[in-house]
Ligand binder design. Structure first.
Ligand code: ADP
Ligand code: ZN
Ligand code: MG
Length: 484
């Protein structure tokens, strides 16, 4: 009989902190540039230099920790993690070992997994967030390796989760939420293409119902959420096949080959002992009083979770719409600005989620560069809601605001183009009669009971009126006329 297995997943995510300067020196913290042009004796590890902690980075790590409901240590220290690798100039990395800055947090996951399936919302535990410095970057060519130390010393957080996830989809949702929170907190842009967020996944399986965890395998350096999702599913399957055929899982560190779609053993697991951790002698411990921490807490931005709740309660959005609206902080800001200027916030939300997102997607424009101001969007929605223009005309005006009428107010566009809604019954009646006269065959069908042709009549009338006729009035008049 085949055993049913359950996956256990924990993630270790590295996030670069966006600061003006590097973690322990005065070099600017920038991305790219000619290799080895953004370095100094400190981040190049020259003997005799001394590191000085960047308090902007420390403060942002505290913000990140608080956003993830962590306890912030009143006192924490730095340690040296020793290993040899060409991109690690000092042969040790300044990190934190037994006294991390943040511990015991949690992250709310909500929304869809990679497969698009709606997940139950729940919390994933965060074990710790510690501060460290990024090493340089190796690039492997055909027969040599290039080393770029511009990244050496960039402030980095390692965010370690509890082994709380049970599927690749949950891990995907966790990564999505984490990225979202870092963006909200203004801590990092989390641009994975620039290596600002990197992820290692730990995967084990156990027979369903068993309490103890199985042996875990770590897959390192996944550089997209999609590859993390694929690597986890690959490992789950690989481990099940191995166990079923009587093999033992070894605690490997593996790499991910995205093209082949498989994980490859890199080495068997190293222990903390191998790193010879010891307290960094060149740095003092970092201290935070409870008052310091509370002060930072009062300055925190609203969590996406709280924002979603508020959108549901204050504006009547559905849970899901509120989720989509808050995925991107810039979109949420745009919505709030527009909703604040409108008597119809729910209708504003609907316009943003359908029309605005569609057109931005088509034209590949970021919401931050949206050519329609929040004032104009609120005004447009108001014109439609008040019946000054029809929904159909509204869409046309909206399109034109992205094109020939960019920057103009919707009310002015409506005036210039003569698009006001025609609600005058007399005027619409004339059009109704004209449509009836021009389409005797459809009138026959209608009278024979095929009332669906009403749509056709209204369509014809809308064409004639260039979308300006009040559709409700038109329907009413058609019904009256045709039943005579
Ligand atoms: P290590 O000492 O190997 O670094 P840790 O205990 O620090 O291991 O855990 C590293 C990561 O692995 C954490 O995210 C943790 O949640 C996860 N993890 C620990 N044990 C397991 C397991 N049995 N299965 C899956 N993930 C695990
Ligand atoms: Zn430097
Ligand atoms: Mg560990």
């Amino acid at each position: 009989m085949a055993v049913a297995y359950e996956a256990v997943i924990g993630l270790e995510v590295h996030v670069q902190i966006r600061t003006k300067r590097k973690m322990f020196c005065n070099c600017p913290n920038t991305f790219g540039g000619e290799p080895n042009t953004v370095t100094c004796p400190v981040c190049m590890g020259y003997p005799g230099t001394l590191p000085v902690p960047n308090m902007e980075a420390v403060r942002k790590a505290v913000v990140a920790g608080l956003m993830c409901s962590c306890t912030i240590a009143n006192r924490c220290k730095f340690d040296r993690k020793s290993y040899f690798y060409p991109d690690l100039v000092k042969n040790y990395q300044i990190s934190q070992y037994d006294q991390p800055l943040c511990e015991h947090g949690k992250l709310h996951i909500f929304g869809k997994g990679f497969s698009g399936e709606q997940l139950p919302d729940r919390y994933i535990g965060i074990t710790r967030i510690h501060l460290e410095e990024d090493p340089g970057k190796s690039t492997h060519f055909a027969n040599c390796t290039g080393l770029d130390y511009n990244r050496s010393g960039v402030p980095l957080m390692e965010i370690v989760s509890e082994p709380d996830m049970r599927s690749a989809d949950e891990a995907y949702a966790y990564l999505t939420s984490l990225k979202q929170i870092m963006e909200y907190a203004d801590v990092s842009d989390c641009d994975m293409e620039k290596g600002q967020m990197r992820c290692d996944v730990n995967v084990s399986i156990r027979p369903r119902g068993q309490v103890e965890f199985g042996t875990k395998v770590e897959v390192k350096n996944l550089n997209s959420f999609r590859s993390a999702h694929r690597a986890i599913n690959y490992e789950i399957k690989r481990q099940i096949v191995a166990l079923e055929s009587g093999e033992k899982i070894t605690q490997d560190t593996r790499g991910w080959d995205d093209e082949a779609g498989e994980t490859i053993v890199q080495r068997t697991k190293e222990n903390a002992n191998d790193y010879r951790y010891f307290p960094e002698p060149d740095l003092l411990p970092i201290e935070f009083s409870n008052e310091d921490i509370e002060k930072i807490r009062t300055e925190l931005p609203e969590l996406p979770e709280a924002m979603r709740k508020r959108y549901v309660e204050a504006y009547g959005l559905t849970e899901y719409d509120a989720h989509v609206m808050t995925l991107d902080r810039a979109l949420a800001k745009y919505f709030e600005a527009a909703a604040g200027k409108s008597e119809y916030p729910k209708a504003v939300a609907n316009w943003i989620l359908s029309e605005l997102l569609r057109i931005l997607g088509e034209k590949e424009i970021n919401i931050a560069d949206c050519p329609i101001s929040t004032d104009h969007l609120a005004e447009l929605v108001g014109l439609i809601q008040k019946g000054a223009i029809t929904g159909k005309v509204g869409k046309a005006v909206f399109e034109s605001m992205f094109a020939e009428d960019a920057g103009k107010s919707p009310a002015d566009i409506v005036k210039e183009k003569g698009l006001s809604q025609v609600s005058d019954e007399g005027a619409i009646l004339q059009m109704v009669e004209a449509v009836i006269q021009a389409n005797p065959a459809q009138v026959e069908q209608y009278k024979a009971g095929k009332t669906a042709v009403l749509q056709f009549f209204v369509g014809q009338l809308m064409k004639q009126s260039r979308g300006k006729a009040n559709p409700q009035t038109a329907i009413k008049l058609f019904q009256e006329k045709l039943s005579q």
